[in-house]
Design a protein around this ligand. Structure first.
Ligand code: DGJ
Length: 694
């Protein structure tokens, strides 16, 4: 049973984890427990009692409420802040009733006086050791209620002497830097105010007591499934506890909840493990893989034309690249930016999604046919949300962009953002891209987004213009979701100038993610290591390009990309026979290991964040076959080579490692380990095989 109701509340149980909550003696819905699943229901503590502390702190300040609203003597970060029609800004929620349905628990609360209802949704993912939470606000009255903050969840890790927050931050071309910082007393705020997820921070966290490692220790972790403005508040309270709140950003936020209306937040997911940061990542990896629209299915090796041709695309030029790509063993050819009307450079064309008549006088079909004749599938780049002022669409509908009428419309990369909050814009985009996909044999779409919001106005908005932030993302999901439904065989890639839109929300629509525009392999090692904290290799598209060519060996560049979904993005016309032979060899090798890399369990043996010698391992579910990658970027000679201790092997089974002498037990490889001597800028990939396994 995943949900047990006891005398004082509910116990949510996954295979290894329990999360208990309940109603205390004063009627507050409070947190009780989060950690290892305990043998008996009466092992779980009762709800903490209400107690204030002198006149300066009411019980609301001290209690771990599951979903605190701003009310009373409460100064901790609330999940909910609202203003009623009479100006009252105090929300007093009381538990009303509960509903249990399989793996779902709905808790219904009501305001004491006003017709505001709150339903907290809990969903247990028993096989993935995750708890999912979201909240619905319902207006049962006759007057609007203004919502000023509506988060998805507040999580209460158990009390520790010290709290350390792991988070990801960065910037364009340098995404997913991993930071582990002690939480100071007070509130640490991570967020996006950019309309999309952003390159700068990620809606993911891990919390420990400062002593956990990659392989050991308690870690509480989670992520938000939302591709717009989000907020993570990590609060170390004045009384030694910590709270992590996650949800829609309240910055410039407003939502007018009209009579009869319901607003439901995005889903937040969280888990616990005693297996360290690596185990936390593997839990998220397994869950994300299982939730992908196409499920756990290996992704093809693609070629992307962007770095080779930029905007200078033509049927002949693309076909030349395609011929070489096919000879290397590539399975999918993707034409990037530059193919549509007027797109000579980045200053024009966005919005006009028909093939450029000069570059493609006979449309795209002749090129698609040539690609297919070479035995590859065809994919295409689009950037649906954007418009260049120099486009027919903008000339016809200047009012369709996000703007304030009295302010200049700030362009970035010469483009403006279509207001996807508007149903007419959504319908237009659905019609355009539906037609494109119906009329062409396209089985892969790269969906790009190359700027963030400015002047966030919506002059014709039916209600408060600040609803734009949320409605835009709802509109985006509607457009993408409708296209997916109509074209179920298409594989979709999420890109926003690299990794600007990587989150669990977009992965309900996209099958894989472009991690960064930085394709230099040594930089990429660290970026990919950070990305892997949350996301599995199956969604990590990684191109071998010409960045670092002449300095970083082609083998090294391949090995870095082969640890995700291998792709090629260099200008193949300039690759020598020798380079092409190397590429063909690695493509063939990757096809043999692809299932293990893309669908297996990942172990960060030596993190690229911690040293210039890194190693990563993948194992299939049965622990029969694995792959080991090792990379040495730069170490002074004579180098003290680090020991690589494998993970995920069966201790008393015997394994051999390609190119390493001797069979040894799993325990020996994991405990004693091995050294792989590599020179600077040298790397290696080795298969791991359980001896005697089929
Ligand atoms: C940004 C993407 O990240 C690149 O891969 C490429 O698609 C360009 N946009 C095209 O404009």
């Amino acid at each position: 049973m995943t949900i047990i109701a006891d005398d004082t509340g509910w116990i949510l149980q996954t295979a290894h984890v329990a999360y208990a909550l309940g109603i205390n003696e004063a009627g507050y819905l409070v947190h009780r427990y989060w950690g290892a699943r305990l043998p008996h229901p009466d092992d779980y503590p009762p709800p903490p009692e209400s107690a204030g502390w002198v006149s300066f702190n009411g019980p609301g300040q001290m209690l771990p409420e599951e979903y605190p609203a701003y009310a009373g003597l409460k100064y901790v970060e609330p999940c909910l802040k609202a203003t009623f029609a009479d100006g009252v800004r105090d929300v007093a929620l009381r538990f009303d009733h509960a509903e249990v349905n399989d793996d779902n628990l709905d808790l219904h609360l009501r305001d004491d006086h006003y017709p505001l209802r709150l339903t907290l949704h809990y969903r247990v993912h028993p096989d993935h050791d995750l708890i999912e939470r979201s909240a619905s606000l319902i207006n049962d009255g006759g007057a609007p209620i203004m919502l000023e903050r509506v988060l998805s969840a507040q999580w209460h890790p158990p009390q520790q002497p010290r709290y350390r927050l792991s988070h990801l931050s960065g910037r364009w071309s340098d995404e997913f830097n991993l930071h582990r910082d002690d939480l100071p007393q007070g509130v640490t705020r991570l967020e996006s105010r950019r309309l999309t997820t952003s390159h700068h921070h990620s809606p993911w966290f891990a919390l420990d007591d400062g002593r956990s490692t990659e392989d050991t220790g308690d870690v509480w972790f989670g992520a938000l499934a939302w591709s717009g403005n989000w907020l993570l508040l990590a609060e170390a309270t004045d009384y030694g506890s910590a709270r992590i709140s996650l949800g829609l950003n309240d910055w410039d936020f407003a939502w007018q909840l009209d009579p009869g209306e319901t607003l439901t937040t995005p889903a937040a997911y969280a888990g616990w493990t005693d297996g360290g940061f690596g185990a936390a990542s593997r839990i998220l990896h397994g869950f994300i893989r299982a939730q992908l629209p196409h499920g756990e299915r290996p992704h093809p090796i693609l070629y992307n034309s962007w770095e080779a041709t930029n905007f200078d695309v033509s049927e002949e030029g693309q076909a030349q690249l395609a011929e070489i790509a096919a000879a290397l063993g590539v399975e999918l050819f993707v034409m990037d930016d530059g193919w549509f009307k007027g797109r000579l450079w980045e200053n024009a064309g966005l919005g006009d999604w028909t093939p450029d008549p000069v570059k493609f006088p006979h449309g795209l079909t002749p090129l698609i046919d040539r690609v297919k004749a070479l035995g590859m599938a065809f994919g295409l780049w689009i950037e649906p949300e954007m418009v260049n002022p120099d486009s027919d669409l903008y000339r016809e509908h200047p009012d369709w962009v996000i703007h304030f009428p009295t302010r200049e419309r700030t362009t970035a990369r010469n483009q403006l953002i279509l207001n996807l909050a508007r149903p007419d814009v959504q319908n237009y985009l659905i019609a355009q891209f539906d037609a494109l996909l119906r009329e062409h044999d396209i089985t892969f779409i790269k969906w790009d987004m190359n700027r963030n919001a400015s002047e966030p106005g919506w002059p014709d908005a039916p209600r408060d213009q600040r609803e734009l932030w949320l409605r835009y993302v709802q509109g985006l999901y509607r457009v993408w979701g409708t296209l997916r439904e109509r074209h179920p065989d298409v594989l979709w890639q999420s890109c926003s100038g690299g990794g600007g839109r990587a989150d669990l929300g977009i992965l309900r629509y996209a099958d894989q993610i472009w991690v960064s525009d930085n394709t230099e392999a040594t930089a990429r090692l660290r970026i990919q290591d950070g990305f892997s904290q949350c996301f599995p290799a199956l969604v990590m598209e990684a191109w071998v390009t010409d960045a670092g060519r002449g300095q970083v060996p082609l083998d090294f560049r391949f090995h870095v990309s082969m640890s995700g979904v291998l792709a090629i993005g260099g200008n193949l016309l300039t690759w020598s026979e020798e380079e092409r032979a190397t590429a063909a060899r690695w493509v063939a090798y990757y096809k043999q290991i692809r299932e293990i890399v893309q669908l297996g369990d990942q172990y960060r043996l030596l993190s690229a964040h911690e040293g210039p010698y890194s190693a990563i391992q993948y194992m299939d579910k049965e622990a029969d076959h694995g792959v080991l990658f090792a990379y040495r970027v730069w170490l002074p000679d004579p180098a003290l080579l680090p020991v690589i201790r494998l993970r995920g092997l069966i201790p008393d089974a015997r394994y051999e490692i390609q190119g390493v002498e001797g069979e040894r037990s799993g325990l020996a490889w994991m405990h004693d380990g091995l050294r792989l001597p590599l020179a600077n800028l040298e790397s290696t990939v080795r298969t791991i095989r359980r001896v005697g396994a089929i």
